[in-house]
Design a protein around this ligand. Sequence first.
Ligand code: 2PG
Ligand code: MG
Length: 426
Amino acid sequence: MAKISKVTAREILDSRGNPTLEVDVVLDDGSFARAGVPSGASTGAHEAIELRDGEKNRYQGKGVRKAVTHVCESLGPKVIGLSANDQAGLDHFMIKLDGTENKAKFGANAILGVSLAVARANAASQKVPLYKSLNKTGPYKIPVPLMNVINGGAHADNGLDVQEFMIVPVCGGRFSEALRAGSEIFHTLKADLKKKCLSTGVGDEGGFAPILKSNRQALELVSEAVTKAGYKLGTDVFLALDVAATETFDPGTKKYRWEEKSITSSDLISTYATWAKDFPLISVEDGLSEDDWEGWKNLTTELGKKMQLVGDDLFVTNKTRIQRGIDGKIANSVLIKVNQIGTLTETLESVTLAQKANYTTVFSHRSGETEDSSIADLAVATGSQQIKTGSLCRGERIAKYNQLLRIEEELGATAQFWGKNAFNLA
Ligand code: 2PG
Ligand code: MG
């Protein structure tokens, strides 16, 4: 089995124009691979630490030269000679070297860069795609995309409270057909916005960012676009939200800022219940704040049978927090983000934990992305039912969809699409 022979890193820019890390790995059989590290804007308080330089006069403090140095001078030299085929061994070795709870010493961005680049190099060495090197036997199922066509919250400056209004095409029997539906709806929505003299400029994840009267208006606009594009709402295409409610939570008053009012978690739950009656709303992510466990319990009791309730900031891909959710019967789905936890091995462990408890898993990009498309492979390798990777424009979002097209083509007749079965709902 090939061994790691060289590890280097550099500072590159992410899709928002902020610095992030890119790591290159060479193995002793000559295999080479590269990985880019994503970065969030609406980050959860319990995520692993993303190390930034904090030099105010350089990239407004956002440089990652320290993390680059950690890879080149600390982590890199120590992992040379380790087997590239023992991902768990490598990742646990790096976790131990770091020695902190939340990867604060080297930075989760530094550790994740090495972890992912080695996984990719190992696949290159075995001459198989990443998803096959992580799951040798299959069966391989392509996830349903959750496509963020209207951006708000921390990803746009239009004042919408809800961060992501997503379409969920489950139709067509194949991922490529669902992608086509998504694209057609996206372009129909664009034409509609134009007709209504609303902005068609896009936010961080490629969704439109018009200034609207209310959150509900966004749901209405997206619903209209689905129908106009020739798809059946609630059959072919469902709707999903990422409320990212941590961003609107005021820890002082324990209330949420919402359409210029201050409301309680039970008001928010009622709002989601109303929307679920009026729209085919199949999934709500971060409907309440990251530490509002009591509110989450009520949310799950009231709506958990009717819709998917996804924990993002709530769980931060962290096994301890996911286990707390499972034990308390809180939420029914876990958002999976590699950089929230900082190694591939821990990411895979979190997916397994969630799946064993019959929680769905949604592989997710970050709002700051690179052209790295690993999450497409990871979603397929782990049998995750869904992937959330943005809208139908912007290269860093499309890179993941295009990788899923390649995987579907490679699997040929054996390619299965999760379709309607992606949701564990009655
Ligand atoms: C989220 C993500 C991705 P960010 O909240 O789910 O859409 O946003 O990367 O800014 O945390
Ligand atoms: Mg989220």
